[in-house]
Ligand binder design. Structure first.
Ligand code: UTP
Length: 290
């Protein structure tokens, strides 16, 4: 039974500069809610009780967001803003969240490695802090179901256009049942021509704790960073590993275009603003050149 989740959120967010110069990209809002709050909600909805968030310099806003704000609560009580009060209290009550520091940003693999003492000797999930997934069954819950069956590391997969593979970790695998793959190998950000498939790792992982031994032996790879994919490649040489095709939709909020599209899509489903936004988009569309 998996109880713990690691959420790496220490990255510089260079694709989103200058906004991320002094604020975490994980705090950029989707309509009015920080991206990372959706990520924590997904973990909680999947039954996770302990969250280890990996943060770094300039990321204090994340800690503050999940902490209680007594001053704000007192103010909201005085103003009779009960709905807002409920929203604010919900955030600090969501889960048991621990923060660990990644002192030097040496890559995603290193960020996960920083959480090893908090994770201990039990399986855990990893959710990237800048990616939201909408699904009927929460994405991490889908992964955990496969983990329950095989007790081996499992990653979420998505089929992307071949032109996009060099942005992701890509798997080589065999489909053993509808949507479930036995992974033979993995490669981080391959050139299009070298990619073993167009099935990419979609920002969610369920891992056995022996990944930490492999991470400790992993040398910097693509981009001179310690890559989680490289440690998993070493793990899959020893043990079975599975990939599950995502049943849902992934929103990468860590780049400008993804952020804008996500905001529009989510806003169009909000009762308080959807009607006005629809009218605005229709009017705007008429002015756009073909
Ligand atoms: P990304 O590669 O998307 O984040 O990592 P980044 O490095 O911040 O992005 P750019 O390319 O500079 O714009 C995915 C997740 O892993 C975290 C990030 O915060 C993000 O949520 N991460 C990445 C770490 O925690 N530590 C790292 O050293 C690298």
């Amino acid at each position: 039974m998996i109880r713990k989740a690691v959420i790496p959120a220490a990255g510089f967010g260079t694709r989103f500069l200058p906004a991320t110069k002094s604020q975490p990209k994980e705090m950029l809002p989707i309509v009015d809610t920080p991206t990372i709050q959706y990520v924590v909600q997904e973990a909680v909805d999947s039954g996770i009780t302990d969250i280890i968030m990996v943060i770094g310099k300039g990321k204090r806003a994340i800690e503050e967001h999940f902490d209680r704000s007594f001053q704000l609560e007192t103010q909201l009580v005085a103003q009779g803003k009960s709905r807002e009060l409920e929203l604010i209290r919900h955030i600090s009550d969501m889960a048991n969240i621990h923060f660990v520091w990644q002192k030097e940003l040496r890559g995603l693999g290193d960020a996960v490695y920083c959480a090893r003492h908090h994770v201990g000797d039990e399986p855990f999930v990893v959710l990237l802090g800048d990616t939201v997934i909408r699904a009927e069954v929460p994405a991490v819950s889908q992964l955990m179901n496969v983990f329950e069956r095989y007790q081996e590391s499992t990653v979420l997969l998505e089929e992307v256009d071949r032109s996009m593979v060099s942005r992701y970790g890509v798997i080589d695998g065999r489909e053993i049942e509808e949507g479930l793959f036995l992974i033979k190998d993995l490669v981080e950000k391959p050139d299009i021509d070298d990619a073993p498939s167009n099935l990419v790792i979609a920002s969610r992982y369920a891992l056995t704790p022996d990944i930490f031994e492999h991470l400790s032996a992993t040398k910097p790879g693509k981009g001179d960073e310690i890559q989680l994919t490289d440690a998993m490649r070493s793990l899959v040489a020893e043990k079975a590993m599975y990939g599950l095709r995502l049943n849902g939709k992934r929103y990468d909020v860590g780049n400008k275009l993804g952020f804008l599209k996500t905001n529009i899509e989510f806003a169009l489903q909000r009762d308080d603003i959807a009607a006005e936004l629809r009218a605005f988009i229709r009017a705007l569309a008429k002015t756009l050149p073909e």
